[in-house]
Design a protein around this ligand. Structure first.
Ligand SMILES: Cc1ncc(COP(=O)(O)O)c(C=O)c1O
Length: 379
């Protein structure tokens, strides 16, 4: 655009009542606000619906974003290289084994696309919906396998379906699983991967990896050096509280990473998210605080659910699936009327509600609401 035209446009924007460009600089004070100490505003809903980290962005991420604004006019190549290098160090792999995504959701989309139109996608039921949803949208066949007793993946049945499928197979394993918060023993996953033919690809979604513990759980990352058919998917949305920033990644064999990259948009992670991600990786204190707040919230939830004798699934994540008595849509609407958003329905588990862990004060409000529901005979 010629300078004169540009000036005219700027004038038109200002005349339309919009802020002039110089006034759009965000005050640093607002970026540095700490929401974890702020009281819950009475009128805004308490969001216990999407497994977000209630602490808000870490100070380190906020500082990185504020400083990163100065480079927001540039393409983010250098920031991509820096984050990929940091992730490669963290996971002890080569940079070419990391694939970035605009949230891990985009990585899951790449996983589905790279499986090919003639693939069979095998998923648990219920599980995180994105993989079956992406597959169904592009006409790829999906086989949903009900969870086994104990809410683990029914690996025997999944393996059986994989063996009978004619062409390539994509197995999506969400471990720990969303919405149940349960683990599938890693040794069982290992056994299948070890014996699977090359035409069976595994995408292991470890979005809640940091929250999980116990002797039966470990990452599927151990397979990626030797098995190009295994990919591990991680996110900055949960432990690092960056859900709104959108940043996730896959770790895999260089050949697996190259296969995925074919389906990624160039520069698919924005520069501020990359800067925030890089800062978050070095902020172990924040990750520890996220875990501590989550532990406290889980304990408050368990106490209340036990008191009300409502069955729940002990969680390895930042959410709990618990039974309600009555209709789920009515329950969700009543919670909304009390200013609380809880999880969407996860068929076929319609006798259960998924509630995410919030701040201690938010947990107090939620558990009080649940107790009052009981008094009215609603749960
Ligand atoms: C298992 C699982 N995978 C992936 C995602 C999406 O994460 P992202 O925000 O990185 O797209 C979620 C979000 O809740 C999830 O539960």
């Amino acid at each position: 655009m010629e300078r004169r035209g540009f000036l005219q446009t700027s004038f038109a924007v200002a005349a339309a009542g919009l802020a002039p460009v110089t006034a759009l600089r965000l005050p640093r004070r607002r970026l540095m606000r700490r929401p974890d100490t702020a009281p819950v505003p009475a009128k805004s809903p308490i969001r216990l619906s999407s497994n977000e980290n209630p602490l808000g962005l870490s100070d380190a991420a906020r500082t990185a974003i504020a400083e990163g604004l100065d480079e927001a006019n540039r393409y983010p190549g250098e920031w991509r290289r820096r984050l990929v290098a940091a992730l490669a160090t963290k996971h002890q792999v080569k940079p070419e084994q990391i694939v970035l995504g605009n949230g891990s959701t985009e990585v899951l989309q790449m996983v589905v696309q790279s499986a090919g139109a003639d693939a069979t996608v095998i998923v648990a039921d219920p599980t995180f919906e994105d993989v079956p949803r992406y597959a169904e949208r592009i006409g790829v066949r999906v086989e949903k396998v009900p969870l086994a007793s104990g809410y683990t993946h029914d690996l025997t049945r999944m393996q059986d379906i994989a063996a009978r499928a004619a062409g390539p197979v994509l197995v999506y394993l969400c471990n720990p699983n969303n919405p149940t918060g349960t683990l599938t023993p890693a040794a069982d996953v290992d056994r299948w991967i070890a014996s699977a033919p090359e035409r069976v690809t595994f995408a292991v979604d470890e979005a809640y990896f940091e929250y999980a513990s116990g002797p039966s759980y470990w990452s599927a990352q151990k397979w990626i050096e030797t098995h190009p058919n295994v990919m591990v998917v991680r996110t900055f949305s949960k432990i690092y509280a960056m859900a709104g920033m959108r940043l996730g990644y896959a770790i895999g064999h260089p050949a697996a990473a190259e296969r995925l990259e074919r389906f990624s948009a160039g520069n698919n992670a924005n520069q501020l998210a990359l800067a925030a991600g890089l800062a978050s990786l070095g902020d172990d204190a924040f990750a520890q605080k996220s875990l501590a707040v989550n532990r406290e919230g889980l304990q408050a939830l368990y106490r209340c659910l036990e008191e009300l004798d409502l069955e729940y699934l002990p969680s390895q994540t930042n959410f709990v699936m618990h039974r309600i008595h009555g209709d789920l849509a009515t329950y969700n609407a009543r919670m909304r009327e009390h200013g609380i958003l809880v999880g969407r329905p996860f068929p076929p588990m319609l006798a259960f509600s998924r509630v995410s862990v919030g701040l201690p004060e938010e947990m107090r409000v939620f558990t009080e609401a649940l107790r009052s529901f009981r008094q009215q005979g609603w749960v």
